[in-house]
Design a protein around this ligand. Sequence first.
Ligand code: SF4
Length: 462
Amino acid sequence: MGSRTALVEDLMERFPQVPREAVFKEDLLRGGVAFDRSALSDNEGGDVKPKSYFIFSFDHGTLPELGEAALRRPPEEIILTGGPYDLRRTVVSVRVNPASPYRVAADEEGLLGLYLDGKRIADVGVPPMPEYYRHTLSNGKSVMEVAPTIQWGYLIYLTVFRVCQYFGAKEECQYCDINHNWRQHKAAGRPYTGVKDVDEVLEALEIIDRYDTQKASTAYTLTGGAITSKVAGRDEADFYGHYAKAIEERFPGRWIGKVVAQALPKADVQRFKDYGVQIYHPNFEVWDRRLFELYCPGKERYVGRDEWHRRILDSAEVFGARNVIPNFVAGVEMAEPFGFTSVDEAIASTTEGLRFFMSHGITPRFTTWCPEPTTPLGKANPQGAPLEYHIRLLQAYRQTMDDFGLSSPPGYGPPGPGRAVFSVSSFMDSLPADETADEAAGAATDGPADGPAGRPEVSARV
Ligand code: SF4
């Protein structure tokens, strides 16, 4: 196979049922994009919302390797439209890779475009700086540091614990750079709070609530590293749950509350529910038994794969199956040296996992693996997984949902090419646009009702 353009076009031809927007989006998410200096932001002082580094680095280089992009951050997300492939509006989370064949740059008139192999393939829009980012907490901390918003502004991402108690090679998940990301931001002298104070979170949310007059933010996610002992005297359920409790007491029903945590025993899951959480993400990471044991050694040792899956099913009795949405990291199935060597095998394995959960009414979702270079799997696989795997996964996901009569999981905004806003995977872009998100079990969709078309983006002129 020659150029990246040829690879992309070949896959578009072979898998015409997958929207071409999703093909580009997956390729950008797995392989990253370079930014010309003309396309970088002016950080928190500018008009473009900068990348917040909300939990992992999601970059293909360390900060010192990113050059100017480390000093003038790229935008949090980009929107692709038009071009020779006539792309419908597609929101893509930014993962920086200075060596990528994709490049965002401004032309002579200052209009931003996405270039692949040197050819302009789409117009690029960037998110406007939200008004709430222009205000600081009383202690001087920025709202972006305490409560960044992602997914084109609908989701407030509260990484309240910026490190993980699974620590070192024998415990950390082999694709995860949470601990390294914390270290690199500290080393760069950036503000990067390890454990966020609940009062700071409430103050940041107050600022968002005050200035988000269009109510674009509709949900928050509480998340962070695993807690195997205690943080601030609290176990995992109590630690993450007490933020939800405080938020729900202060802003009852203002946002949909979600928690990403380990698969916890049912009594702990009930505590989340009692605190006011509406959606629970006990991520299963990778389906295959051998790969889970190798890639998630801490989780295997402390909980174990079978128990992890049992707890996911149990949590459906607390939250309702529709509101239990376990994530997996799409692509690590094919990471060398232990992963599957053929796309067929990797898809078969992942589909087995999808069928397991979907047969119980639980709809998993996935993020596209970004091979961060400080992780063991990223180091060994700088190219990530083959693009064909990602395209066929979109097909398999949709087919399995159809087989079990399920629709897109609640809380991800509208599905469909041109409408989806979920930026770290294209699973929502590749579902039919006319599908209505299932509002069962009391969980509302949390995307803007009219999709990205209803949200202004900054002019592509910079
Ligand atoms: S549990 Fe694994 S994926 Fe989650 S933060 Fe810890 S190391 Fe990362």
